[in-house]
Design a binder for this molecule. Sequence first.
Ligand SMILES: O=C[C@H](O)COP(=O)(O)O
Length: 244
Amino acid sequence: MRKVVIAGNWKMYKNQSEAKAFFSEFPKHLQAIADQQIIICVPYTNLAIVQTILPSVACPSLSIGAQNVHWADSGAFTGEISAPMLVELGIKYAVIGHSERRQFFGETDDTVNKRIKTAQAHGITPILCVGESKLQRDNNETETWIFSQLANALVDVDQSNLIIAYEPIWAIGTGDTCQSSEANRVIGLIRSKLDHQNMTIQYGGSVKPDNIDEIMAQPEIDGVLVGGASLDPAGFARIVNYQP
Ligand SMILES: O=C[C@H](O)COP(=O)(O)O
C-alpha cells in the first residue's frame, strides 16, 4: 500500500510571525483528512517555533520538515544544518537534492547521496528530488538523466525510508505544469528502477488548487511537492483536500 504524501516547500519565504499566521489559518480550511500525510518544509528559522505550536494546530497528520540536511553530525560547515540539530527539534522529514540546491549551491549526486544516508541514519525520511531541465527534455534525455540521478543518489540507501519527488525543472515556479499523464509516465519509469515498489513518489512543479485533482487521479502519482501554492493557507488546504 503506497502512502499519499502532500508536502509543501516554503523555500526562503515566511518569517516567524508569517508562519504562525499560516498555521492559525490553515486548519480552518481543511476537510476531514483521509489517510494522507501532510508535510510542510519551512525555513530553518521557523523550525523550532512551528514545532512548538504544532500540538495546537488542529491537524494530527501534519509534520514539519527541513529543506536540507548536511552529511556530517557537526563541523566547520558554515550555513549548513545537521541531522542531530533537526532530531533535537523532532523533525522527521527533509527535502534533499532540490533542483535549486543543485543549480545555485553546487549540490551534486554524490553530496545528495551522502545527505540521504545521514538523514536516514538519524531517523529522518528524505524527500529526494529528481528532474530534468527543458534542454534535456527537448533533447530526449529525460529518462537517461533521471535514471542517472537515481542510480547515483540511491547507492547504499534504504529505499524503505525514502520519498521521491519528480520535479521537472522547467515546470517549477513557471505555471507550466507537466501534463499529468506525462508526469504519471515518468513516475512509472522511476518506479520501475526501484527495489522498493511501495515507495511514495510525488510530482512537483506548478501544482495549484485548480490542477491537483487531475494530478492526484493519476495512478502512479502518490502525492505532490508544492512550492508557491503552499504559502497560502486556503490554497494549500484545497490541495490537501484534493478530490480524485
Ligand atoms: O519544491 C517545490 C517545487 O520546486 C515546486 O515549486 P512550485 O510549486 O512553486 O512550482
